[in-house]
Design a protein around this ligand. Structure first.
Ligand SMILES: [Zn+2]
Length: 234
């Protein structure tokens, strides 16, 4: 139990530090969650686009097939009319038309074949990509649920830590608290631990005479970053 003003102040300071660390942890988790959601959305979008392309190709195949059928019908109709033709001029015109239709049919069939192959190929690719996406989505959904749970856990810890900080703040001497708040307005972690004779925030070496003060549990100011330094009793 903290029994000196120094201990009470440092308990409060460390509670604040833990609160800041938890907030940082929460932000990191939240960023990971956002990134994961964006990734899933993006993958879904790519797959949807691929799906639309395959559908468009299939529609095109269908249209070309219809065009082919109408060409065949027209050709048959002309061929039926040919024996009934009475003059040479009409006969030539009709056979010319048949030739033209056959030429178009030829082009149409080549186009259909190529479209059909492309559509088939794209459909196979889409099916592969869909399987990969589903497997990946399962994994990502698990990760996402885990991140949500972690976020909730940390959020709860933050609330609890905040309550502890408020309780500890009441035990800090008024003058020390207002000094802390004044510094906290411009500095993150205005009071930091000395780690192996160095300021934990800026790694500046603490002078020997200050180290003596610190051992007596007196706060000293870092000559480099102006934060207050402290040392816990070993
Ligand atoms: Zn420093």
């Amino acid at each position: 139990m903290a029994d000196t003003p120094f201990d009470r102040f440092i308990d409060f300071v460390e509670c604040k530090q833990q609160h800041t660390a938890l907030s940082g942890k929460y932000n990191t988790l939240q960023n990971k969650r956002d990134a994961l959601e964006a990734e899933i959305t993006e993958r879904q979008k790519v797959l949807d686009e691929e799906h639309s392309e395959v559908e468009a190709l299939k529609r095109e195949v269908h249209l070309v097939e219809l065009e082919g059928k109408s060409l065949r019908d027209r050709e048959q109709e002309i061929r039926r009319r040919l024996p009934q033709v009475t003059n040479q001029k009409e006969y030539i015109a009709l056979t010319k038309e048949v030739d033209e239709i056959e030429r178009v049919e030829d082009t149409n069939e080549n186009r259909l074949l190529s479209l059909f192959e492309t559509a088939e190929q794209r459909e196979v690719e889409l099916s592969k990509h869909t399987s990969t996406f589903k497997a990946c989505l399962n994994e990502q959904t698990k990760q996402h649920s885990e991140l949500i749970m972690q976020c909730d856990r940390v959020q709860k810890e933050i609330v609890e830590k905040q309550e502890t900080c408020v309780a500890l703040e009441k035990l800090v001497e008024a003058e020390q608290l207002s000094e802390y708040k004044r510094m906290a307005a411009t500095l993150d972690s205005p009071v930091v631990l000395v780690d192996a004779d160095h300021c934990l925030a800026c790694r500046f070496r603490v002078a020997n005479k200050d180290l003596v003060q610190l051992r007596r549990q007196i706060l000293v100011q870092c000559k480099n970053c102006y934060r207050m330094l402290y040392q816990r009793k070993k």
